[in-house]
Design a binder for this molecule. Structure first.
Ligand SMILES: [Fe+2]
Ligand SMILES: [Fe+2]
Length: 307
């Protein structure tokens, strides 16, 4: 599937689990914020949202990938980073967990007119988690609230283009033997709970001229290596400029962390920005395994590819 080559892609972390003022920048490629220069403090929270700027043929488009866990961190950080929601051309949901769509209705309420919202049709299945501390959920994406709020719904199941510029992979094709569904996350189909196969989670993929693919995952429940390999297969582009997102690894245990690190080494990304649900143990091992490419995804971090 041919996807257009963009001049540049900039990914700014609006909401993530982390903020660390001592995390280094990489000048011209990864910039961190200086908190004292912001008009208000940033808030870190268990959720994810990215502000993405695409440049192609002299035109600029703006996308949100995910909408955090609630309006509180999302609206606070949009204000702190001085973004204007009226400039957003579309919202993409990575998957149907509420720490990725919790602020979406609020976004719609603060804008004029319709806003295209892209997501997998399986995001509507109720979701829950079985954890050592008990059951959490179920949650369900509220279609009615989105439509009434002014969402222009774009539901897919297979590969789809967003704004004719970036690719949503659709349900991720598994190709590694080690990235298999974990026992904790469940979904409900016709009243019956089952292990969640995460058919609803998809990667957002941009192709930057002369740089390669920029691949964004929300929680990467289908496995970040599966997601990157599938993006390569769909686009025919092998070079990986950046892999960004939550990788959900610590919950899978040490074998999954080790195998995923080996898989990521074979993919050879130039930038690896991980945060959110990756988990502290996995983050520390990624930092050791990729001393030159790994960086922690903190709120306010901006990754600039191309341009
Ligand atoms: Fe998540
Ligand atoms: Fe998730």
């Amino acid at each position: 599937m041919q996807i257009p080559a963009l001049k540049s892609v900039t990914v700014e972390v609006l909401v993530d689990n982390f903020f660390d003022v001592f995390e280094p920048s990489r000048p011209g490629v990864v910039e961190r914020v200086v908190p004292g220069r912001l008009k208000k403090p940033l808030v870190a929270a268990h959720g994810l949202a990215f502000w993405i700027t695409l440049e192609k043929d002299g035109a600029t488009s703006r996308l949100l990938l995910d909408a955090a866990n609630s309006p509180l961190p999302l609206m606070n950080n949009i204000e702190a980073l001085e973004h204007n929601l009226e400039e957003v051309d579309a919202v993409v949901l990575s998957h149907g967990h509420p720490d990725h769509y919790g602020g979406l209705v609020e976004i719609l309420s603060r804008r004029q007119g319709k806003l295209p919202v892209y997501f997998h049709k399986d995001c509507y299945h109720p979701k829950l988690l079985i954890t050592p501390r008990g059951r959490i959920g179920p949650w369900k994406l509220d279609r009615e609230a989105l439509v009434q709020g002014g969402a222009e719904m774009h539901e897919n199941s297979g590969p789809a283009l967003v704004l004719d510029q970036v690719l949503l992979t659709g349900t991720v094709e598994a190709s590694t033997p080690y990235e298999t569904p974990l026992p904790g996350p469940k979904r409900v189909i016709a009243g019956v709970e089952e292990n969640d196969p995460f058919t609803d989670e998809q990667a957002l993929v941009a192709h930057v001229q002369g740089q390669g693919l920029v691949i964004l995952g929300g929680c990467s429940h289908p496995g970040i290596v599966n997601m990157v390999k599938y993006a390569q297969k769909l686009t025919g582009v092998q070079e990986i400029a950046a892999i960004i997102g939550g990788f959900h690894l610590t919950a899978g245990g040490p074998d999954l962390i080790r195998s995923t690190i080996q898989g990521l080494k074979e993919l050879n990304p130039k930038i690896l920005l991980a945060g959110h649900c990756t988990g502290f143990k996995a983050l520390t091992q990624l930092a050791l395994a990729f001393p030159d490419t790994f960086m922690v995804s903190c709120v306010g971090t901006k990754v600039m590819i191309g341009g």
